[in-house]
Design a protein around this ligand. Sequence first.
Ligand code: DGY
Length: 323
Amino acid sequence: MSSKPKVYITRKVPVEGVRLLAEHCEVTHWDREDAVPRVELLKNVSGMDALFCLLTEKVDAEVLNAAGPQLKCVATMSVGYDHIDLAECKKRGISVGFTPDVLTNAVAELTMALLLATSRRLKEGMNAVIQGKWGTWNPIWLLGSGLDGATVGVVGLGRIGFEVVKRLHPFGVAKVLYSDVEPKSYAKDVNAEYATLDDLLKTSDFVLGCCALTKENMGLFNKDAFSKMKNTAIFVNTSRGGLVNQDDLYAALSTNQIAGAGLDVTNPEPLPTDSPLLKLENCIVLPHIASATIKSRSAMSELTGQNILACLNGKKMPAQVVV
Ligand code: DGY
């Protein structure tokens, strides 16, 4: 019988992390592109020393119980860990790993892409070309707001928010505001001014959701928040769908309470194809691809493998969640 530690990997992932683990561990792998069904997960996690999971797996007491008391670590191949019950992990002395930093640039880049695509009305333009609605060059057609001279409000000036702000300045934005649980000393490095959420919502031309999802900010972007925003404002979210009340967002977009939205994340995911949001010309929805660069996803896989190996060797993980 193998004396190697046992690891369960819940999805087909870039090879880097799998290779690393396969050198030192006995790996069981749901090596498929679809998410592992809950029953499979509960069955296969049994007896494992480590779980390599994704944001699609809810890791709660049921999963931890199914794994058994020998489980030492849960490592998610994501920077977000709102799908993991940290209190349950803490109670059992299970270390939790995540993948910060290695995806920051990719997510910041896609946030910029959504800002540009929404403010310059790319969805409407592309649809018009496909639908034969492109007439002669028209000086008053598809006019967008653009970033030049805009005030941008970033909700959450963490790693990703910070990198987004760096990318905003070359586009000539007039001002960057940010709100967070507390003012950040490093905000001055990117010329971002602290504002209350209310002030940020009222004065920004663009409002960006860049914070981690917590119990406290669930549904933060709701009717009340959208009603405070300018009618010309654009809302972009590359964080988690749970930050947004989607019914309220639909109402705000369809009544021109706000001008547009760009979402890389929704609740639920995938967003059902009959979601009214998909019918709106002023709403761009992407399938949660902000970190989807080859470089970033490879590094996320590798870091998840490194987190697991460190933990199994009794060391602190290179990227460990403080629980
Ligand atoms: C994360 O890592 O949490 C992103 O949402 C997906 O890469």
